[in-house]
Design a protein around this ligand. Structure first.
Ligand code: GLA
Length: 353
């Protein structure tokens, strides 16, 4: 009888210890640590985020992107003035905490000041616009040389419709010249930096193939380009996992690196302006977790070519999807809730052997 009691106590203690250990190991999981054999895990941040989310960032992320403050209009608002303080704050924080920094972004049609394309009241000449782009790139990339390890050199240059290149002041004035020159000047300013072409809808076959052709041509011309950034502003229902994998494989066949640069998962498809979700339900949380799980299975499978995965934000409430494109409509696209607690989606991507 006494023997049985002892055995029961021993078995019970083992079970309790096991449960406790299970809990604490679950609590102690770090996302970036869990992925250290695969790729760096990044987050896009504002200068405010690095204070508010300090503990979450230090624990789970080993790469940062400035969500806005390195963009042309923020960092170089007028021709004779650069404004580095906010970008410096993010870069310094990353350096202090042993994190990588992705530079975002040098040549984009959006968030670029209009002075770049003007000469007094006239449209500026091609020579002047290219000269300004060169100065901009050399100043910004030069400042962060050795600290920013890769740049989204050109962002969103490809058209979503029938054209190859998107129409913008860059193309109206320089044709396609701004693209290859941007890569060359970035390389001259920091020969060690990795250089990316970054865009959205990159898993849609039509746009993917246009990007493929453009990068192929750049490589054939000897333009320094390391890889392609798939932005990945995805949704609960789109895209299909097989399209994600097909895009990774297609770009990899060019011998370049692939990064996921702006990952989030909206509750709404892109043409949906409704407000049908007022809070996450058991069903939507489970669906989001399942999608994130499947996405990361594919990314891990292709770890030889995937050299970074960055989320576009940290917590749901501060995501751009809660401000634009449909302002005031709640959305829950990320891994952490507004209390900074990891969501089911978080556990779904760290829970693998
Ligand atoms: C694009 C840009 C990002 C950001 C998002 C929306 O994807 O590359 O910098 O502006 O749109 O926030």
């Amino acid at each position: 009888m006494k023997k049985i009691k002892i055995i029961l106590i021993v078995v019970a203690s083992i079970l309790v210890m096991g449960i406790l250990q299970g809990c604490s190991s679950k609590k102690d999981v770090s996302l970036s640590e869990k992925y250290k054999e695969y790729f760096p895990i990044g987050a896009a941040v504002t200068p405010e985020n690095i204070v508010t989310y300090d503990s979450v960032l230090k624990k789970n992320f080993n790469s940062l992107t400035a969500e806005n403050v390195m963009k042309f209009s923020e960092i170089h608002p007028t021709e004779d003035r650069y404004s580095f303080e906010k970008a410096d704050a993010i870069v310094d924080y990353a350096m202090e905490n042993n994190m990588l920094v992705r530079g975002h972004t040098l040549a984009w049609y959006n968030q670029v000041p209009s002075w770049v394309f003007k000469d007094n009241k006239e449209v500026a000449s091609k020579e002047l616009v290219l000269q300004r782009l060169e100065d901009h790139i050399k100043t910004v990339v030069g400042r962060y040389k050795g600290k920013v390890y890769c740049w989204d050199v050109v962002n969103e240059a490809i058209d979503d419709g029938p054209l190859t290149l998107r129409r913008s002041p860059w193309t109206e004035i320089t044709g396609d010249e701004y693209i290859k020159n941007a890569f060359i000047w970035t390389h001259e300013a920091d020969p060690e930096a990795e250089l990316f072409y970054n865009d959205y809808n990159m898993v849609l076959p039509e746009k993917r193939d246009k990007a493929y052709e453009m990068i192929k041509e750049l490589k054939e011309q000897g333009i320094p380009i390391t890889g392609v950034g798939i932005q990945a502003h995805w949704t609960l229902n789109w895209p299909q996992i097989s399209d994600i994998e097909a895009a990774i494989e297609k770009f990899a066949s060019l011998g370049i690196k692939v990064q996921i640069t702006e990952l989030d998962m909206s509750y709404y498809s892109w043409d949906d302006e409704s407000t049908k979700y007022s809070e996450p339900t058991e069903e939507t949380s489970a669906l989001q977790a399942q999608r994130y799980k499947e996405i990361f299975e594919v990314l891990r499978k292709h770890k030889e070519v995937i050299s970074g995965v960055t989320f576009w934000g940290v917590t749901d409430d501060s995501s751009w999807l809660n401000y634009i494109p449909v302002k005031g409509r709640p959305n829950w696209p990320l891994l952490f809730d507004s209390e900074m607690n990891p969501k089911e989606a978080y556990w779904s991507i760290v829970d693998f052997k």
